[in-house]
Design a protein around this ligand. Structure first.
Ligand SMILES: Cc1ncc(C[n+]2csc(CCOP(=O)(O)OP(=O)(O)O)c2C)c(N)n1
Ligand SMILES: [Mg+2]
Length: 696
């Protein structure tokens, strides 16, 4: 039998305070309800185990092994340490709990049900993995109250948690101890093998995020079998090298787990607790084996597990005492929550209003005024500068007006222009700054930004080169899926960056980003469009945005002050003759000026051409059909111009439209020569249009 009777005896021994005893002992002084002392740790942990194996069995798919293995750890965490209130999953000062190993979703669903989250009923557990349930295959924060972030792609949750811990420290620096919580993570072997985890742990260690506590499911098993097939990293040493404190415990020994967690409470570094566990703990033949990872255990195995766990109850049925003990766990932080609310009322009224505004994700009124003043200034004194510099010019006004904006760059601060003059950097000893030097860690940066946005109270924006959006993409995709407001400033957005050559010149990236649902990809053509796009990105509460910006200077094409945010239409006519046009030229970013010059060349040849700037495909496609048709127009020839691949452009220019752009990788040369070389010039555009008109 795989279950150690010794362990059971130990956890039930009078010296080892049982979970229930801890529940009733008023640990941290926030216990209200008295728990049923007859239910010990093991029985409580077994509630998770049986729910996990039964739900996976019923769904005929899922991952029973991890929840069964980590039940003891999770039981200790939830029943003795985690500050949470099932009645208010959005309590701003709750501890954050991130299940980075999202495949173990039944662990968190069981915990939410057991501790009394209203939306997590036993019916939902029975509907595990079914359409419309609160129990999807992997945890989705936008479906299930109590789930802090969407996990499944390994490594992401851990890296999100780093962002949450940064957010906590930053907000605490600003608002005081109204913000004072921990961030706990359960991470698996897979989480730690993923590259993003290295970026995340290095950043966490550097910033000394001592309220971040990672519980590593150190089970030595992954899908292919023993971890030794593919990994021999000493994780403790690895974390220690990154500035963490690390220890290893028996993940089935509640007191050892509790002692490690207790010690972690006062750490001055982020904490790794490697919990040695047995995957599928309780399953008679599959425990400790990869076969427990991701398939139903099967009727026989479940029968054996029930016997081993001494669990005589029907599937999905929990005895009253066990459920009562768990529900008491859900009440543990009631007093802490009430105290917190009281404390909030003692906060200075202005500060309190500001805190609440930020946590609700509402923008300050000052944003509109800041945008207007930037636009007025640009109308009075036009700027022919790179859009990355226009972005910096906008940020000089936006950052003071929107205090929840936290900027950063992945070691390209001077190139991305994301740091304004007054922005102070966040450091390990002072989190009051508003700029993060993420280091050369694009993936970790994007994942941490998701965590900051998820935490609430912060709108993170980043900086890197557009070509490295590939390095951020997994997290950008998740931001889009979750509907999180994160803003990526991505400069050097085409062959226009010049000499660095094709490794640095994005070609397919705009199309690839536009392919992600629920994202806004902005490519402004001048300083005015840039500030308008910034405003739209900030106002897009439920989706991430990309600002693709140039390295090279561009003329300011919009010299009139418009109160209205014209980029909100996604596409609009920026230049054109009074009457009908033979040619419509659609362009984005740096190519809009080229299109305007092409229209002039065409006019000189007696061909009327209009130019439509398309700063944002997604906003344009969201316009009513009549509006879209009007912007597309009825010219004989449509031409699209973008220094990137054609993919996606047919939706605007039509499949018989002309496209002037890139169909190969770029090259290393001064940028003007590259534009000539690849034919993305006013002459090239005009001649393509004439050819299509049959006039060449
Ligand atoms: C980025 C990513 N790659 C691959 C997978 C598929 N996958 C799910 S779990 C897993 C590894 C399982 O090992 P471990 O993380 O140790 O989890 P355990 O089996 O111990 O529960 C893999 C490869 C994934 N979810 N995310
Ligand atoms: Mg494992």
């Amino acid at each position: 039998m795989l279950i150690s009777r010794e362990k059971q005896a130990f956890s039930m021994s009078p010296n080892a305070s049982s979970t229930a005893a801890a529940v009733s002992s008023g640990r941290r002084g926030n216990t209200e309800s008295s728990a049923n002392l007859t239910v010990g740790h093991e029985r409580m942990a077994n509630c998770i185990r049986v729910l996990a194996m039964d739900a996976v069995e019923q769904a005929k798919s899922g991952h029973p092994g991890m929840p069964m293995g980590m039940s003891d750890v999770a039981t200790v965490l939830f029943s003795r340490f985690l500050k949470f209130d099932p009645a208010d999953p959005a309590w701003p000062d709750r501890d954050r709990f991130v299940l980075s190993a999202g495949h173990g979703s039944m662990l968190i669903y069981a915990l939410l049900y057991l501790t009394g989250y209203a939306s997590m009923t036993i019916e939902e557990i029975k509907r595990f993995r079914q359409l419309g349930s609160k129990t999807p295959g992997h945890p989705e924060n936008f479906i299930t109250p109590g789930v802090e972030t969407t996990t499944g792609p390994l490594g992401q949750g851990l890296a999100n948690a780093v962002g949450m811990a940064i957010a906590e420290k930053h907000l605490a620096a600003e608002f005081g101890d109204i913000v004072n919580h921990k961030t706990y993570v359960i991470a698996s072997d897979g989480d730690l093998m993923e590259g993003v985890s290295q970026e995340a742990i290095a950043l966490a260690g550097h910033l000394k995020l001592n309220k971040l506590i990672v519980l590593f499911d150190d089970n030595g098993i992954s899908i292919d079998g023993a971890l030794s097939l593919s990994d021999s990293v000493d994780q403790l040493k690895r974390f220690e090298a990154a500035g963490w404190t690390a220890s290893r415990v028996d993940g089935h020994d509640p007191e050892a787990i509790a002692a490690a967690l207790e010690k972690a409470q006062s750490s001055d570094k982020p904490v790794l607790i490697a919990c040695k566990t047995q995957i599928g703990y309780g399953a008679p033949t599959k425990a400790g084996k990869a076969s427990a990872h991701g398939s139903p255990l099967g009727a026989e195995e479940i029968k054996g597990a029930r016997a081993a766990l001494e669990w005589e109850h029907e599937p999905f049925h929990l005895p009253d005492d066990e459920l009562a003990a768990w529900r008491a766990v859900g009440q543990r932080s009631k007093q802490a929550h009430a105290d917190w609310k009281k404390k909030l009322t003692t906060l200075d009224a202005g500060k309190r209003t500001e805190f609440e505004r930020r946590m609700l994700g509402r923008l300050p009124k000052a944003l509109g005024d800041a945008v207007t003043s930037v636009k007025q200034s640009l109308a009075a004194t036009p700027k022919s500068i790179a859009t990355r510099a226009s972005s910096e010019f906008a940020l000089e006004s936006l950052v003071p007006a929107v205090p929840e904006m936290i900027g950063g760059s992945a070691d390209l601060t001077g190139s991305n222009n994301t740091r304004t003059k007054t922005m102070k950097a966040i450091t390990a000893s002072d989190f009051s700054g508003r700029f993060i030097h993420y280091g050369v860690r694009e993936h970790g940066m994007a994942a941490a930004m998701n965590g900051m946005a998820l935490h609430g109270g912060i709108i993170p924006y980043s900086g890197t080169f557009l070509v490295f959006s590939d390095y951020c993409r997994p997290s950008i995709r998740l931001a889009a899926l979750m509907g999180e407001r994160v803003i990526h400033v991505m400069t050097h957005d085409s062959i226009g960056l010049g000499e660095d050559g094709p490794t640095h010149q994005p070609v397919e990236h705009l199309a690839a980003l536009r392919a992600i649902p629920n994202i806004l990809v902005f490519r402004p053509c001048d300083a005015v469009e840039t500030v308008e796009c910034w405003q739209l990105a900030l106002e897009a509460k439920d989706r991430p945005s990309i600002l693709a910006l140039t390295r090279q200077n561009l003329p300011q094409l919009r010299n009139r002050f418009d109160e209205e945010n014209i980029c909100a239409q996604g596409a609009y006519e920026i230049a054109g003759p009074d009457g009908a046009s033979d040619v419509s030229i659609f362009a984005t970013g740096s190519e809009v000026a080229i299109a305007v010059d092409a229209a002039k060349l065409l006019a000189a040849k007696g061909v009327a051409a209009r130019v439509v700037s398309v700063p944002c495909f997604e906003l344009f496609f969201a316009q009513p059909e009549a509006k879209r048709r009007a912007v597309i127009g009825k010219a004989k020839v449509n031409v699209g111009v973008e220094a990137a691949v054609r993919q996606g452009w047919d939706a605007i220019v039509g499949s018989d439209g002309v496209f002037v752009g890139m169909s190969t990788f770029g090259a290393s040369a001064p940028y003007k020569e590259l534009y000539e070389h690849f034919g993305i010039t006013p002459e090239g555009v005009a001649s393509a249009a004439l050819q299509k008109l049959g006039k060449s």
